[in-house]
Write a protein that binds this ligand. Structure first.
Ligand code: ADP
Length: 320
């Protein structure tokens, strides 16, 4: 949640509905240099700072075997209200349920007097957003590689009845092998009964699906993640999100009107444009399924890398 306003910053649209807010931001003191999991009797040494989001700070730590991990630290001061506690426990419960090669692994969770600690798989290469800032745009072969992994994670989450609801470049992390790991389950929702719909307005403005904002009576479901996949694909290839503009209200207006373009100075293939346009359908029922996206000809239209070299952190790799 670094570069975009957090969900709490989303102003309520015209239609009245329940709004989900992130807990209020309280800058907590740093956790101790040695973080102790009393139950296991394990000490983790804090070795670095990785980043901070809406309500958590993330540090790199080393476990007793010398294995490096990420720990997401939430200060208890920031979760004093019952509502905020419930949200944190929901994130923990949902993240703990998931086990997939392209979802950040949730390893353990414990607390001390000051903080709650979520021990996570370390993603050494930061997020796709960090990489975009350095590289400006991704090549089509790289986008194919990352999207296949993102879609695999989405298929898995949806089969597990979890909607992520905040898919964006800043929540797609890269491990040491430059493989995608979907993280930050802070806005995820569980569909408990088939056909259930969610009515809470949440997400990040640039990536939010139109039905979340404008069809609050009917609610939203798994298709909101598919919309975000379309926004992510556009952003990877063009270098900025399709509906991006000065203020949040204007972003929502463009989302409602489905107004975006493919700039002529940033040439991308016709099949990529075709696929993006089919995904960014305002009607969630007309959006392609994840399976249909994967069988689109764009995935076969050019090279598909066997892996992404670490040099891609700084330069466009040549896959010809
Ligand atoms: P929040 O839920 O508060 O938005 P995030 O989960 O997005 O927090 O994490 C905040 C930042 O911490 C991320 O933008 C990223 O820089 C870093 N981070 C989070 N998880 C990991 C991880 N598993 N490995 C490495 N860095 C991480």
């Amino acid at each position: 949640m670094n570069q975009h306003p957090p969900a709490a910053a989303i102003p309520a649209p015209q239609v009245a509905a329940t709004t989900q807010h992130r807990p209020e931001k309280v800058v907590p003191p740093s956790p101790p240099l040695t973080i102790r999991d009393k139950e296991r009797g394990w000490n983790y040494s804090r070795v670095g700072f990785l980043g901070e989001g809406g309500f958590a700070r993330v540090f790199e730590v080393q476990d007793p075997k010398g294995i490096r991990k990420a720990v997401k630290v939430v200060s208890k001061a920031s979760i004093k209200t019952k509502k905020n506690k419930t949200k944190l426990w929901a994130e923990i419960k949902l993240h703990q349920m998931l086990n997939h090669p392209h979802v950040v692994r949730f390893e353990d969770c414990f607390e001390d007097d000051e903080n709650v600690y979520m021990m996570l798989e370390l993603c050494e290469n930061g997020s796709l957003m960090d990489l975009l800032k350095r590289r400006k745009r991704y090549t089509e072969p790289e986008a194919r590689y990352y999207l296949v992994q993102l879609i695999a994670a989405c298929q898995y989450m949806h089969q597990t009845n979890v909607i992520h609801r905040d898919l964006k470049l800043g929540n797609l992390f890269l491990d040491a092998n430059m493989d995608v790991k979907v993280g930050d389950l802070g806005l995820a929702a569980l569909i408990e009964k088939p056909g259930d719909r969610k009515k809470t307005i949440c997400g990040t403005p640039n990536y939010i699906a139109p039905e979340v904002l404008f069809d609050t009576a009917n609610g939203h479901s798994f298709e909101v993640d598919i919309w975000s996949v379309g926004v992510i694909m556009y952003t990877l290839l063009i270098g900025r999100p399709p509906f991006q503009t000065k203020d949040v209200k204007a972003i929502y207006k463009r989302i409602r009107e489905n107004r975006y373009e493919f700039p002529q100075d940033k040439e991308i293939s016709t099949s990529a444009q075709e696929l993006i346009m089919s995904i960014l359908n305002t009607d969630p029922e007309k959006r392609p399924t994840l399976e249909a996206i994967l069988s689109h000809r764009w995935f076969l239209d050019g090279p598909f890398p066997a892996y992404i070299p670490a040099s891609a952190n700084d330069f466009a790799p040549d896959f010809r």
